[in-house]
Write a protein that binds this ligand. Sequence first.
Ligand SMILES: CC(C)(COP(=O)(O)OP(=O)(O)OC[C@H]1O[C@@H](n2cnc3c(N)ncnc32)[C@H](O)[C@@H]1OP(=O)(O)O)[C@@H](O)C(=O)NCCC(=O)NCCS
Length: 225
Amino acid sequence: MSVNYYHDKLQEIKNLKNKDYLGMNYQGYNIVLKLIDESSETISLITKWRKLYRNNFGSDFDIDENKTKKWIKNDVLLNADKIVFMIYVNKQKIGIISTSDFDKQTNSAILDTMMKDPEFELPGLMTTIEKIYLKWMFDELKLSKIRGFLFSDNEKMMKIHTKCGWKLIEVAPIEQVKTEEGTKWKIITSKKSERQIERYYNLIELTRNDLMKNFNDIEYRILCD
Ligand SMILES: CC(C)(COP(=O)(O)OP(=O)(O)OC[C@H]1O[C@@H](n2cnc3c(N)ncnc32)[C@H](O)[C@@H]1OP(=O)(O)O)[C@@H](O)C(=O)NCCC(=O)NCCS
């Protein structure tokens, strides 16, 4: 599959701007995925969630609304390699899910940040959203494989990933290094004793076959194309 297919598809969706993109019904609730927007409500929510879950992210810095605003514009909307969707439940913004890092050689991309407002509870919703989103990545982005990584101590997320069919490929030791803005976790390449290692990344992969084993015929629709 050509590099351009992945990037062209993401751009096509970005051109749709604020149109509802993907929809499904979950236990009587109307679920919609739509391209992330630059509104002050969205900036405020993402900043709040990013602070709450800061320990689960690969990088850390002084999180504020100004940085979130720049992130949405430069790192997402103007970045051909990445897309972020806002998740709406009955029109309320409750979380995000995203894709990035296309790799031409393996025709794969990363399931990137996924997070939910902890104040919003609807059991099983995020597992279902992850499943339909991954199916969408395989079918609409025509990927052969999906890659992912997360801290090995993020057990809640790993449990959900396992239900979606992901396979653990490697547990990689990581170290925190300084960056211009703050800190970042990086895979350790030099030899270090076990004692010196603070945390690990789970490197995970998913095939369409493994996703479909436990998909349970969930239905969703692309609302505009
Ligand atoms: C991980 C996260 C998305 C999970 O959200 P959630 O709302 O708890 O997700 P779900 O409800 O789908 O699944 C979790 C629970 O619901 C249960 N569940 C799943 N399907 C269900 C169903 N149909 N009915 C009832 N319960 C169900 C699961 O068993 C699970 O319970 P368990 O944790 O006891 O096993 C959320 O906690 C989050 O945003 N965490 C931070 C994410 C993060 O780390 N992001 C940064 C790195 S990307």
